[in-house]
Design a protein around this ligand. Structure first.
Ligand code: AHM
Ligand code: MG
Length: 351
């Protein structure tokens, strides 16, 4: 539509969140400020991820030139250059988020996948929110340009002057908001503040996330399953049976398709939009699976439930887990309501 090119009332993510917060009479804009700092981190990482490919090209084309130019201010490219870039991008992303979150003045405890210990914010800069995040998930996909992402979950503390690790070791049901940003063929931020799920796409010319996927609902039943099947020989009986049923359904329905990217954000994003189920189960080698409770399992489970889907650990509703360590892992099965229901039934039968 020609007129659309000149729309003047775009729903930016800030505007959307301001509207949502307006419904809460106690809101004083703190959450909006916190979110705008997270959004800044996502834009920074999006830009760095895009440059990573470019940096590699330049590096291969003439390493000595690049080195020689170092004094001429090509440091941004050099920073993310060559074989080192994988680790560099992880570290860079983490630094950006930690600094953005601390400087927002709205956080008190941060848990990052990149940092062994939780970060307690200096009392002078302390606010009421705890943020758990994976700054750059799916790092094995960086070098080949496949989608990667940032995941975050947000809690509120009870007492600002008395912050402890307990404030982040809460069940997922206490989460206030969660989201992820996918750095893919487009940059998409998916967010829930507890009243549905909305998706925003970065308009690079504006530098703003625009509401493009309002009120996302996951299909009740899906046609896709997503799992690392290379681990099959170590699976338990319920997972083995479920995947067998996906391939050879006995009820006359067509088999499901397998899609697995190996980037949780991308695999969950597809699951949310197209339906189906994503699983990272426990196996004999990793009795708690691979994914981390605070910044992978909880935020994605929160989003799934908010979109009308479910998330299960093999034992319980994923959000009801109570973590005892900040980097704890858990098996997870999440996606379309009916598909997760089927997995729950298999666990009830076979466990
Ligand atoms: P990472 O923290 O090393 O990036 O690992 C997390 C990723 C997830 O994005 C993805 O769902 C999973 O690991 C894939 O694991 P696997 O390679 O074992 O299938
Ligand atoms: Mg990760």
């Amino acid at each position: 539509h020609a007129a659309d090119a000149h729309r003047t009332d775009l729903m930016t993510i800030t505007r959307h969140v301001l509207n949502e917060q307006r419904r809460n009479p106690e809101s004083r804009g703190d959450f909006t400020i916190l979110l705008s700092h997270i959004v800044f981190g996502c834009k920074f990482v999006a830009s760095a991820v895009n440059k990573a490919g470019l940096a590699k090209l330049i590096g291969l084309a003439g390493e000595t030139n690049v080195q020689a130019n170092r004094t001429d201010g090509c440091l941004t490219l050099c920073d993310v250059r060559q074989g080192e870039e994988q680790k560099k991008l992880d570290v860079l992303s983490n630094e950006v988020f930690v600094k953005a979150l601390v400087s927002s003045g709205r956080t008190c405890v941060l848990v990052s996948e990149e940092d062994e210990e939780a970060t307690f914010v200096d009392p002078a800069l302390r606010g009421k929110y705890c943020v758990c995040f994976d700054p750059l998930d799916g790092s094995s996909n960086i070098d080949c340009g496949v989608s990667i992402g940032t995941i975050f979950g947000i809690y509120m503390i009870k007492d600002k002057d008395n912050v402890t690790l307990e404030d982040v070791l809460q069940p997922g049901t206490n989460m206030l908001a969660a989201g992820y940003c996918m750095y893919g063929s487009s940059c998409t931020l998916v967010l829930s503040t507890g009243s549905g799920v909305n998706g925003f796409t970065l308009d690079p010319s504006l530098g703003e996330f625009i509401l493009t996927h309002p009120d996302i609902k996951i299909p009740k039943k899906g046609k896709i399953y997503s799992v690392n099947e290379g681990n099959a020989r170590n699976w338990d009986a319920a997972v083995a049976k479920f995947v067998e049923k996906c391939k050879y359904p006995k009820d006359g329905s067509p088999p499901k398709s397998l899609r697995y990217i190996g980037s949780m954000v991308a695999d969950v994003h597809r699951t949310l939009l197209y339906g189906g189920v994503f699983l990272y189960p426990a196996d004999k080698k990793s009795p708690n699976g691979k994914l981390r409770v605070l910044y992978e399992v909880f935020p994605m489970s929160f989003l799934m439930e908010q979109a009308g889907g479910q998330s299960f650990t093999g034992k319980e509703r994923a959000l009801e887990l109570v973590p005892t360590q900040i980097h704890e892992r858990s098996p997870v099965f999440l996606g379309s309501y009916d598909d997760v229901e089927e997995i729950k039934a298999l666990y009830a039968e076979l466990a």
